[in-house]
Design a binder for this molecule. Structure first.
Ligand SMILES: [Zn+2]
Length: 190
């Protein structure tokens, strides 16, 4: 997977990750309001009719795109939860035994079990290893006598952008981290 380009709206709110092709389209249609990245991608544009040469587009790793269609409307909306993002939030660490694992060795564990009305939400799900998950079974942590080693939380928009992309460039990470609350574990150096 090649790195993606971080697209912002004109006000600087993260809008989406673009692949290089999509970014080339916005450059070609003069939709770039400003650029803030430190990396440059060289993209191949269309072929010029007269010279027959293919045009080159230099795209920044962070771009802001013009227009109403690109305005971020629901800035505070809770990010859609995926297993990959939740495991990344929890730094691939089991909430109960505090050991680190590979992604495929971890499950999503309901703190309040589904059978007791526990929801599929950022604050009711944690990463858990198979052993801890089956030991806790269909019980709450109190009933199972198992303590949570960290508190699950809802990532904000900036953090969700980090969790969604496993190949973030340094300048993109730096930009997004500015919007991540201090108490996020992404600021930790484990
Ligand atoms: Zn465990």
């Amino acid at each position: 997977m090649s790195p993606h380009i971080l697209a912002l709206d004109v006000a600087g709110a993260p809008h989406r990750w673009l692949n290089v092709r999509e970014a080339a389209h916005y450059y070609a249609t003069d939709m770039i309001a400003w650029a803030a990245g430190q990396h440059e991608f060289v993209l191949h544009g269309g072929t010029q009719r007269i010279s027959g040469e293919q045009s080159l587009i230099r795209a920044s790793s962070i771009i802001a795109i013009k227009g109403r269609d690109f305005m971020v409307r629901h800035f505070d909306r809770v990010p859609t939860l995926t297993k990959d993002m939740l495991l990344a939030r929890d730094r691939y660490t089991c909430a109960y035994c505090a050991q680190r694992f590979r992604a495929e060795q971890l499950d999503l564990e309901h703190i309040v079990p589904k059978s007791r009305g526990g929801a599929d939400t950022w604050t009711n799900l944690v990463a858990a290893c198979k052993a801890c998950n089956s030991r806790k079974a269909n019980r709450t942590p109190e009933q199972a006598g198992m303590k949570l080693h960290y508190v699950p939380y809802v990532p904000n928009r900036y953090e969700a952008f980090i969790l969604r992309n496993r190949k973030i460039l340094a300048d993109q990470m730096e930009f997004l981290l500015l919007g991540v609350p201090r108490n996020s574990r992404l600021h930790g150096n484990e």
